[in-house]
Write a new protein. Structure first.
Length: 224
């Protein structure tokens, strides 16, 4: 999304860099020390809300998607509420990511309510072949990867680099704390070679099933 919607003026790019250079390290540091409710509030009102107000095109994109899902005009109050709710959830996901990446495995396990489909995963690992974990780009798969990495074995994830350097730096740092290794991809087909090596060596590779990194994916109509 960032890649396809990039093109900010220089002054705004400088603002983004300074803004995230302060907030991302601050939130990562406080994630395990301060109450979770306070962390959510800070991420919601001090990070996401100003970002959306400064750069409303991201909210318009979200509203356009939700408009199709809900069958209502983008300016409808229900669509606008859902769009803001989605932005809030995105903020919470970053806090959860920072928090669980820095917690010891036993603390992470305390927050796992149940496991579904674990038998299928064990069968895949016992086959001796590489395991490909495919998920929709929704929810917070980063936390799931961390839980898996801390309790089972290293997890490798395909991802597109964040255009904000500080976000990229701390995302990589938090992943490594959770025994998760990132494999950055781009428009070049050669960028996925490390992923093939992971599978051939019998490792675990995780990726989003709905990310079109190079505009060569299969177009599918969702929600009608």
């Amino acid at each position: 999304m960032q890649f396809k919607m990039a093109g900010s003026p220089r002054w705004l790019q400088a603002f983004y860099r300074a803004y995230f250079a302060f907030w991302i390290p601050a939130l990562a540091w406080a994630a395990t020390w301060w109450p979770l409710s306070l962390m959510y509030w800070m991420a919601r009102w001090l990070v996401i809300a100003p970002f959306v107000l400064v750069r409303p095109k991201y909210m318009r994109a979200v509203s356009g998607n939700l408009s199709r899902i809900l069958g209502l005009p983008p300016e409808h109050p229900q669509v606008r509420r859902a769009a803001w709710h989605m932005m809030w959830e995105h903020a919470y996901h970053w806090i959860d990511f920072f928090r669980y990446a820095q917690l010891p495995p036993e603390k992470v396990e305390e927050h796992i309510a149940c496991l579904e489909g674990w038998d299928f995963f064990q069968q895949a690992r016992q086959s001796g072949r590489g395991t490909l974990l495919l998920t929709a780009h929704m929810g917070n798969p980063e936390v799931g990867a961390i839980a898996l990495g801390k309790h089972v074995e290293p997890v490798h994830v395909l991802y597109w680099r964040d255009r904000f350097e500080k976000a990229e730096e701390f995302r990589t740092r938090m992943r490594l704390l959770g025994n998760v290794r990132g494999i950055p991809v781009d428009a070049s087909p050669l960028s996925v070679v490390p992923a093939l090596r992971v599978l051939r060596s019998g490792g675990i590779l995780a990726c989003h099933g709905d990310r079109d990194f190079n505009d060569q994916g299969w177009p599918v109509v969702f929600f009608g």
